[in-house]
Design a binder for this molecule. Structure first.
Ligand code: ZN
Length: 95
């Protein structure tokens, strides 16, 4: 449910009908099952089952791939910016 604060910032508050995941060990609330898996392994590593650990490994691999793509995009953007600046600098020196 979208609401607006006194200074005009929009925010949403989960309703009781929204599905959330809750940690059975410390009652930590997560919005998705993936976040709960990360929480369980990182906050309660001694009490995790092998099934949760395997799911954590799969999710970590998936997240690592997404992070690699993000880094490629950032490196490309930096290289394009530097090449553009070098081109402009060379153009100014020639003219
Ligand atoms: Zn917990």
């Amino acid at each position: 449910m979208e609401q607006t604060s006194l200074i005009g910032i929009e925010f949403s508050v989960p309703t009781s009908n929204d599905t959330v995941e809750q940690c059975h060990l410390c009652e930590f609330i997560c919005s998705t099952k993936e976040h709960l898996v990360f929480h369980l392994v990182e906050s309660h590593p001694d009490q995790c089952s092998t099934e949760i650990s395997e799911e954590y490994a799969n999710l970590s691999l998936k997240e690592s791939d997404q992070l690699f793509i993000y880094h490629l995009k950032i490196c490309s953007l930096i290289m394009l910016t530097l090449m553009g600046l070098a081109y402009i600098y060379a153009f100014v020196l020639a003219g």
